[in-house]
Design a protein. Structure first.
Length: 717
């Protein structure tokens, strides 16, 4: 028979955000020492009174402890308990200072006054009508959120998602979750199908239910999209669905047909698309075919403009391939300019811009990321925007304002870092380009493909539908850089140059290290001391650690913890679940948030943490953006990031661990991409064996896409 224990929570010594396993200390009346309790406790805060059910247990190392099977929150009875309860940040509008003022004013009646007579809160210094409304709303919501949390606590849902669920569904949260838990996977960022499925099974939804099969298929297709696939072969899809759902193939195939009938998926021959990706891929091919067949606006450029004059104006000398690229931009509707670092892509853009400016034509510049757009603007002397901002996303309508009905006002659109553009974004971009305009894509096709589904730039090049200028010549000044020389050597399947005269400072270094823990320590030491001291670079602003993987000792997640500890001494911190966030932390947005106008991969700095109003302010390119505590899973530490997340960015210094523990991710295009992110200095910490594996692995993971074949077919017809 379970034992009941009641006490005040003094502190949480450990909490696992994923499964809520918690180790905490509580003060039980009549007992001198604090009692250790262990179990799944959801979003508990110091100062709360807990009524616990469970059993006493004896741990061989930690001694007697109370193992919790269930619990409920009891309103604290003591003045001290109430103060700690309110000061914990549980109620928006009340922090530690305000909690003390409330206790000084109302003592043990404080909670009763907040709930039943909140107008009296004006008797406390610093509380006006606006703050009373905030406290009243937060108090009411907190009670309802707690109900949601208690409902979900046995269903393996992270406590941090409870506030999101409540924000999405409000008072209908529990009803909606009971009726269709699979809605969580679609509606709540961070809640996937597997979590929703766990809830569904515990709520009694049968294993072979139609809704489970259909949602499971959509989940698997989305997982494949996350791996870069635009479609997935039907036979392989059935196999993957069986692994996830453990139901028979007949049911899976019937559910695929039902999804197709409902237009949630599209079946072409033996391939299955999510409808969004099918429409986007088909739309790209149709647009390009139509666009290429339509004439350019006559008389765009006057005949008296010459390449010689432009070269003189810009004080440059164009190579033959560069001249060919500039001339192609004048003659063709669409052209692609691709090449590695140091091959003069930026010079070509400057020359093209100069020609168009002299003829009074309208040119728009854009790139997939904020950093790439900023770099493009600096190099060209003209404003450049992210593609999302160029297309003017409208959060209220949930779409882009610029489209085929409201096209961009331009005679020429130039897109840099085009290898990063995925299928859906390319579709929206092409819709907004005026039919009489010209379009130029600039990028390095040998880099990693887009994070999102598709391999758009390579597919367009391989289709042969669009004129492509491939730049291979490295210009003299760039050729002096070991970074650029090694990038091209790697791209040509050659081993990089690792040794050179110690008398001459280089911009590329390799530090031999085989042990992962030692490698992690070397990376931290390089960032914290050696690079700043020897080269003068700022440890946070100038240095970016790039890791092939997220997990493991030398993965981005662990390196972030170690780098935060060494590089950020701030004591102004927020501990939420298993994460610690400090002011001055370097952070990255990991999803597109159109309401906040921040996008996946944007890097920012934590400006402030407001526990009373429960928000965190982050600066992105000098612009402050506010996050509610429930939204903090949208940002992660960014002292170290994955190579994939670095696409479109350049950093003064790149430090990269590269060991055989990264075996699954050791690919030539990943290594090439990482090295080409470094502008002034690249340091690799690892083994020559890992380098060799990456260079020899020149066959990147195949992505299932149909764009190349669609384009080739349309151009033939």
């Amino acid at each position: 028979m379970a034992t009941e224990l009641q006490g005040q929570l003094e502190r949480v010594t450990f909490h696992n955000e994923e499964n809520h396993y918690t180790i905490a200390k509580i003060k039980v009346q009549g007992q001198k020492d604090l009692v250790t309790v262990v179990g799944n406790l959801v979003s508990v805060s110091p100062g709360e009174m807990l009524r616990l059910q469970g059993d006493w247990d004896s741990h061989p190392k930690y001694g007697q402890q109370f193992r919790v099977s269930s619990y409920e929150t009891v309103i604290p009875a003591t003045v001290k308990g109430i103060e700690r309860y309110l000061g914990s940040g549980l109620i928006k509008g009340i922090g530690p200072v305000m909690a003390k003022r409330l206790i000084d004013a109302f003592a043990e009646k404080t909670l009763d006054i907040i709930e039943h007579d909140s107008g009296r809160l004006t008797e406390v210094e610093g509380i006006g009508a606006k703050r009373i409304d905030m406290i009243r709303t937060a108090w009411s919501e907190q009670k309802e959120i707690r109900e949601v949390m208690l409902f979900l606590q046995g269903h393996e849902v992270s406590a941090s998602y409870a506030a999101r669920i409540f924000k999405q569904y409000g008072r209908d949260s529990i009803r909606i979750v009971r009726e269709n838990p699979y809605r969580l996977a679609a509606d709540i960022f961070g809640v996937g199908f597997l979590t929703a499925d766990t809830i569904a099974r515990k709520l009694g939804i049968p294993e072979d239910a139609a809704i489970r099969a259909e949602e499971g298929i959509l989940y698997v297709l989305q997982q494949m999209a996350d791996e870069g696939h635009v479609y997935y072969p039907r036979s392989s899809l059935v196999e993957e669905c069986f692994k996830v759902l453990a139901i028979n193939e007949t049911t899976i195939n019937a559910s695929i047909e039902k999804l197709a009938a409902d237009k949630r998926v599209v079946i072409t021959e033996e391939n299955v698309y999510l409808t969004l990706f099918y429409n986007a891929e088909k739309g790209i091919a149709e647009f390009l075919a139509s666009f290429l067949s339509s004439p350019r606006e006559p008389g765009l450029l006057t005949q008296d403009l010459s390449l010689e004059g432009i070269q003189k104006d810009l004080s440059i000398q164009l190579a033959e391939k560069q001249k060919s690229a500039v001339l192609s931009s004048l003659k063709t509707k669409v052209c692609i300019i691709t090449g590695g670092p140091g091959t003069g892509k930026t010079t070509i853009i400057r020359a093209i811009l100069s020609l168009y400016r002299k003829s009074g034509q309208r040119v728009l510049l854009a790139a997939p990321t904020g950093r790439a757009a900023k770099r493009m603007a600096e190099a060209s002397g003209q404003e450049a925007k992210t593609i999302h901002r160029l297309l003017e996303f409208n959060p209220r309508q949930g779409g882009f304002s610029r489209n085929d009905a409201n096209p961009l006002g331009a005679d020429l659109v130039i897109i840099d870092e085009a290898s990063m553009i995925d299928t859906v974004l390319m579709y929206h971009l092409l819709q907004a380009v005026p039919r009489q305009a010209a379009l130029i894509f600039v990028g390095d096709v040998d880099q990693l493909p887009s994070v999102g589904p598709g391999n758009v730039l390579r597919d367009i090049i391989d289709s042969g539908a669009v004129q492509t200028i491939r730049l291979r010549e490295i210009f003299r000044q760039s050729g002096e850089s070991l970074i650029i020389r090694n990038a091209h050597r790697i791209n040509n399947d050659e081993f990089p140059i690792l040794s050179s005269s110690k008398e001459v400072p280089q911009d590329f270094y390799f530090i031999e290290c085989e042990d992962p823990e030692e490698a992690a320590q070397k990376v931290v030491s390089l960032c914290a001391a050696r690079i700043p001291q020897k080269f003068g670079y700022h440890p946070i602003r100038d240095i970016q650690v790039l890791s092939p993987m997220h997990r493991g000792i030398i993965g981005a997640a662990n390196l972030n913890i170690e780098l935060q500890r060494c590089l950020n001494p701030s004591t102004d911190l927020l501990i939420r679940g298993g994460r610690t966030l400090k002011t001055s932390d370097k952070v990255m947005q990991i999803r597109n948030n159109y309401d906040k106008d921040v996008f996946n991969g944007d890097i920012g700095t934590v400006l402030s943490i407001d526990r009373e109003d429960q928000h965190v302010s982050v600066a992105f390119d000098g612009r402050p953006v506010t996050y509610e505590l429930a939204e903090l899973d949208e940002i992660v530490l960014a002292y170290a990031i994955s190579v994939h997340k670095s696409q479109g960015s350049e950093y003064p210094v790149v430090v990269m661990p590269l060991l055989t523990q990264h075996y699954m991710m050791l690919q030539k295009n990943l290594l090439y991409t990482a090295i080409t992110r470094g502008k002034k200095l690249v340091i690799i910490v690892g083994t020559k064996k890992a380098l060799g594996i990456a260079i020899r692995n020149n066959k990147p993971q195949m992505r299932h896409t149909g764009l190349r074949e669609r384009l080739a077919s349309l151009m033939r017809s």
